[in-house]
Write a protein that binds this ligand. Structure first.
Ligand SMILES: [Fe+2]
Length: 247
C-alpha cells in the first residue's frame, strides 16, 4: 500500500506531466521582443530532461547561434533552413550530455564552430565526465573550434553576446549576456526560482553562489533570463524569489 507522501508525489508527477507540453514550435515571446535586434527561439528537443535549446539570430543578416543543441539535430537543421538562417556557432553553456547531444550532427550539417569554456572542453570527449554513461547513451562531441573565456564576446552579424564565466554547476559553466537587448542565457547556473545542481563531479556550491550573487545579480534587473531548463525569468524576479538569497 502506498504511503501518503508517495501518493502526493505521484499526483504531483501527473500534474507536472500535464503542465509540460514540449514542442518544437515553442518560442520565446517577451513583450519587448519587437524592439530587440536579436531573435530568440526555444526548442525542447530532449523531452526526458526538458533541456532548453535556443536558436538566436541577428534580425538583419540572419547569422545565428545554436545554444545547447541537446538532441534531434535534423529537426533543428530544418528549422534553420526554414527560417533561412546561417548557423555560425554551436555554443555549449557547459559540457553535460543533455546540452551537447546534437553537437556532432549539427556540425556535420552546418559546419558551424563548436564553442565552450576551456574548463569544460574535456567533458566533450568523455562520456563519463559529461555524464552520458549514466543515461546509457555514450555522447561525445567534436573538439571546439573556439574557446570562450570570461569577458570574451561572441559576434554574429551586428550583434554580440558577452561571456560570463559562472563556475559552480560545472567548472566551465558560462552564461551569455546581450547587453543591448537585456538578455541572459543562463545555462544550468540560474533557473526560474532555482539554481544548478552541485552534487555532480566538478560542481562546487560555494562557486555557484558566488557566480549568481557576485556576477549575475549585478546585471540590470530588467535582464530577461533564458535558462537551460524550465521557464523564462528575469534578474529582478530571481533577486526577489530565488532560494540563493537565503544563503
Ligand atoms: Fe548540467
Amino acid at each position: 500500500m502506498l504511503g501518503i507522501s508517495a501518493m502526493i508525489e505521484g499526483v504531483y508527477r501527473i500534474v507536472k506531466k500535464r503542465e509540460i507540453k514540449p514542442s518544437i514550435k515553442d518560442d520565446c515571446s517577451y513583450p519587448h521582443e519587437k524592439s530587440m535586434s536579436i531573435i530568440v527561439k526555444r526548442y525542447i528537443l530532449l523531452e526526458n530532461y526538458q533541456t532548453n535549446s535556443y536558436l538566436v539570430w541577428n534580425k538583419s543578416d540572419k547569422t545565428a547561434l545554436a545554444i545547447d543543441p541537446a538532441a534531434k539535430p535534423n529537426k533543428l537543421f530544418s528549422e534553420i533552413n526554414k527560417m533561412g538562417l546561417k548557423l555560425k556557432y554551436i555554443v555549449n553553456t557547459h559540457g553535460h550530455a543533455d546540452h551537447i547531444g546534437a553537437n556532432r550532427k549539427m556540425q556535420e550539417l552546418t559546419d558551424a564552430e563548436i564553442c565552450i569554456h576551456p574548463e569544460d572542453k574535456e567533458l566533450l570527449f568523455h562520456p563519463e565526465k559529461n555524464l552520458s554513461t549514466f543515461i546509457a547513451v555514450e555522447i561525445n562531441s567534436p573538439p571546439p573550434g573556439l574557446l570562450l573565456h570570461d569577458g570574451d564576446k561572441i559576434s554574429f552579424g551586428n550583434d554580440e553576446l558577452k561571456i560570463i564565466h559562472t563556475p559552480g554547476h560545472s567548472k566551465g559553466s558560462i552564461c551569455l549576456y546581450g547587453e543591448g537587448d537585456n538578455i541572459l542565457f543562463s545555462g544550468d547556473t540560474l533557473f526560474f526560482e532555482g539554481l544548478g545542481r552541485t552534487d555532480l563531479p566538478g560542481s562546487n556550491q560555494t562557486d555557484l553562489l558566488q557566480s549568481i550573487n557576485g556576477k549575475l545579480f549585478k546585471l540590470p534587473e530588467k535582464t530577461k533570463v533564458y535558462p537551460g531548463h524550465g521557464g523564462f525569468t528575469s534578474i529582478k524576479h530571481e533577486k526577489q524569489y530565488n532560494p540563493v538569497t537565503l544563503f
